[in-house]
Design a protein around this ligand. Structure first.
Ligand code: PMP
Length: 412
């Protein structure tokens, strides 16, 4: 197999480093992967594929870090966006599509009696904490240890430049551990506004964890007993586990749910959706950003939700994701490598059995990238409706070679 030449990517990365701190912001830098083996810039994408500045083609299992669920440049979504843009996109007062989408979401998501709009996941997770505090008149928010809810001051994992007080009212608890939650709640009784959890545990660089069947029912009971608001952060999993929100897949009944990423198939939109019981506090919160009410991404979201349903996309992602898992496990086993393949089929993550510093998986993913498979060593992957059986087969052919190389490099 011919290895990809990435020289234009790294020349551009050098240029980028001169004009942009760190060259590329956040986790989308090759420095957060296998530096030297990953492309740094994509110029084009379609369906499940992306092409880098050197002209190399990839099957992309990161799907814009989950933002794309039907496939890149999905024709139905792009047509809806173009039709909306021909009418209006950025608006002084909203377009009717704002109401249409809210009605659609309320019809779809069991917990939704109302919705508010933002752009990024962080907008709406922050909003949910405000809502819980306004609703209860309390300050403390519980989150799970290491969970990612965005880059804002209250929850950032990289809190440089924020006074420590900004996170002083956030309490942490072990995910999937009701006894630990009971203990924390007892300690802070009457002071906790709410708890924010994700439908699965998907922290970077560790196995994904599906909660115990009784976990969310227990969380609901505690919230009811203690007068706490249950916030579900479905930014990453939303519309990949269940069309009506991942709460339905994991038996959760939150008071407010946050969606972002996939809901616009790559167009910038996020929402918080809540129960009627939170309508009054919701009315009190000022939540405004210049671009929050742009019409184009709302049209994208309407089309995306329609297509997800019409194509039975979640069933497809489950089937194709199961193929990927089975194939990876089989090929690793054939090389005598132990694999930890975790997470739901459409949001998987892969680690090697004995790889505490993650050097093996970094090497494996780097070699895969140089052969046209874009997967990540530190962050979970994403399947989309555009990934096909042929894509999985091609991926597994590359994986077979990369498992062999990994065994040769690290054995003994
Ligand atoms: N919550 C979760 C679970 C996420 O995965 C993310 C983004 N990775 C966010 C919140 C923040 O979303 P955004 O990056 O769009 O602000």
């Amino acid at each position: 197999m011919k290895l990809y030449d990435l020289s234009k990517s790294y020349q551009l990365f050098e240029r980028s480093e001169r004009v942009i701190p760190n060259g590329i912001q956040g986790p989308r830098t090759p420095r957060f992967a296998a530096f030297g083996s990953y492309p740094a810039f994509f110029v084009r994408n379609r369906g499940a594929r992306a092409w880098d500045v050197d002209g190399n083609e990839y099957i992309d299992f990161m799907c814009s870090f989950g933002a794309v669920v039907l496939g890149y440049q999905d024709p139905a979504v792009e047509k809806a966006v173009a039709a909306q843009a021909a009418l209006c996109n950025s608006v002084s007062i909203p377009s009717p599509v704002m109401v249409e989408l809210a009605e659609r979401l309320i019809g779809l998501i069991p917990q939704a009696d109302w919705v508010i709009y933002g752009k990024n996941g962080s907008d709406v997770t922050t909003y949910a904490t405000q809502l819980a505090r306004v609703a209860t008149g309390r300050s403390e928010i519980i989150t799970a240890k290491n969970a990612y809810h965005g880059f804002h001051a209250w929850c950032s994992h990289h809190a440089q430049g924020f006074p420590p007080e900004y996170q002083a009212h956030v309490l942490e608890v072990e995910y999937n551990d009701l006894a630990a939650l009971e203990q924390l709640v007892a300690e802070y009784r009457g002071r906790i506004a709410g708890i924010m959890l994700c439908p699965i545990r998907h922290d970077a660089m560790r196995d994904l964890e599906i909660p115990k069947p009784e976990y969310f029912a227990g969380v609901r009971k505690i919230c009811d007993r203690e007068g706490m608001v249950f916030m579900l952060d479905d930014i990453r999993c939303g519309f990949r586990m269940h069309l009506q929100g991942s709460a339905m897949a994991v038996g959760a009944d939150p008071d407010v749910v946050c969606f972002g990423k996939a809901m616009g198939n790559g167009h910038p939109i996020a929402i918080a959706a809540g129960k009627q019981s939170l309508r009054e506090p919701a009315n009190k919160i000022y939540f405004s950003g210049t671009h929050f009410l742009a019409a184009g991404p709302m049209a994208a979201s309407l089309a995306c939700l329609h297509e997800l349903e019409a194509r039975d996309a979640i069933a497809h992602m489950n089937a194709i994701g199961a193929m990927l898992k089975a194939g990876m496990e089989e090929r690793a086993k054939a090389e005598g490598l132990s694999l930890r393949y975790s997470g739901p089929p459409a949001i998987p993550y892969m680690l090697f059995g004995d790889d505490p510093g993650l050097a093996n998986i970094r090497y494996f993913c780097g070699e895969a990238a140089r052969r046209g498979i874009y997967i990540h060593p530190h962050h979970n992957w994403f399947l989309s409706a555009a990934h096909t059986e042929a894509d999985i087969k091609q991926t597994l052919d590359v994986a077979e070679e990369c498992f062999k190389l990994t065994r040769q490099k690290f054995a003994g």
